[in-house]
Design a binder for this molecule. Sequence first.
Ligand code: MCA
Length: 450
Amino acid sequence: VDHRSACMAAALRDLGVAVGDRVVVQIDKSTDNVALYLACLRIGAVFLPLNTAYTPGEVAYFVDDATPTIVVARPGTLDGLAVTIVHLGTDGDGSFAEASDRADPFDEVTERGADDLAAMLYTSGTTGRSKGAMLTHANLQSNAMALHDIWRFGPDDVLLHTLPIFHVHGLFVALHCAMLGGNEVIFLPKFDVADVVDNLVDATVLMAVPTQYTRLLGDARFDAATCASVRLFTSGSAPMTEAVHADFTQRTGLQILERYGMTEAGMITSNPYDGERVPGTVGFPLPDVDLRVSDDTGAPVPTGETGVVEIRSPGLFAGYWQMPEKTASEHRDGGWFITGDVGSVDVEGRLTLEGRSSDMIISGGYNVYPKEIEMVLDEVPGVLETAVIGVPHPDFGEAVVALVVRDGAVEVSNTALAASLDGVLARFKHPKSYIAVDELPRNAMSKVQK
Ligand code: MCA
């Protein structure tokens, strides 16, 4: 990995990528993808991974906003963009990978300060406009070291890696823990239940989202014997129901460790490695994290009462890319970041999440913002207005559903509604169903009551 990243670092430099430059990456999961991430860090560039499900139109926004020096893409996917595009490729095809093979390895590691940017990850927003969360070397380092410690990573651990590597969970939480100890990683290209069950017998740690645990429980082969060598199962990115916790324990005799985090802060709380893991709670703040629950003015509420979760943490991002006002409005005096998650802390200090102050939907571990979908559907001829909401779903936890009010002037079918999103928004954001309604419920302020 060291050598490969040094070769890729040289190839990046040959392409003109300099310290502080953004490198946008939308490619399939592979070990070369990991080497490319490390190559960026090695030359002091800023790694900017994108979900492979994003459409060219979605990617165009990120490219326009982040102004990267190059984009590393899958062949034929982003050709129209006005930016230098390279393909990772394979040996012998004239691609970036081949240029890396030919390059004189750049073995140095460019010195960067704690506050310099290492990565940028976009998060959607309530306005429908995505924001680039700027993550520093200190952010990534502090979180990695804390997790490595509290989750007791040791030299013999083998991580079974099944998550995508364009989000914090798969890229930082899982990989960094393994990288810090030079651990073996069983690196699966995607989450396939049969593949995961086959490989679990050789693993000691699995990190997953609740949908993946639900799918494992749907496979009769998944039992205590399959999990015999695994010492740690963690869950995050979406809430896990107490029913799934209970089913998992009944089937395996083990308990999942649920933790909580967000792109802007890395990991925030974790159930304890030793000691009681309480289903339905996300545990205690990480060692260097200050956490409080506040009312709308930022005044802490009494223990046990519900409010907005606010944090201070060495993992806390450096702000939103070129959005100082947005950054400021999500912070309070004293450096407190307003997470937007609503919860309460009990007398022991455990955090229980109870919802969100925005109407964000979490589907299978992906955050989906209704506004983005409503803006497209509202433009369809025959549509008066729409409201996109999340409803309970057995596989994805929450499913995206659109309520549609027609204007009566033009006929509009559900097929036409669905077609309006094709190629515009990533498919995981598309509503799983459309429901016709006569009107949307509104409060006295005329705000839609979702
Ligand atoms: C795929 N589909 C989905 C989702 N995933 N629909 C809704 N929600 C989803 N999450 C749809 C696709 O659009 C497609 O629909 C169909 O399912 C099959 O697609 P495929 O890619 O084969 O799906 P899959 O392999 O079954 O994926 C399900 C998955 C995946 C494995 C659960 O969604 C996943 O990897 N989720 C994890 C996300 C994650 O890593 N989150 C971390 C971010 P169609 O047929 O209509 O095209 S949050 C984070 O990092 C924070 C900081 C944290 O705390 O962890």
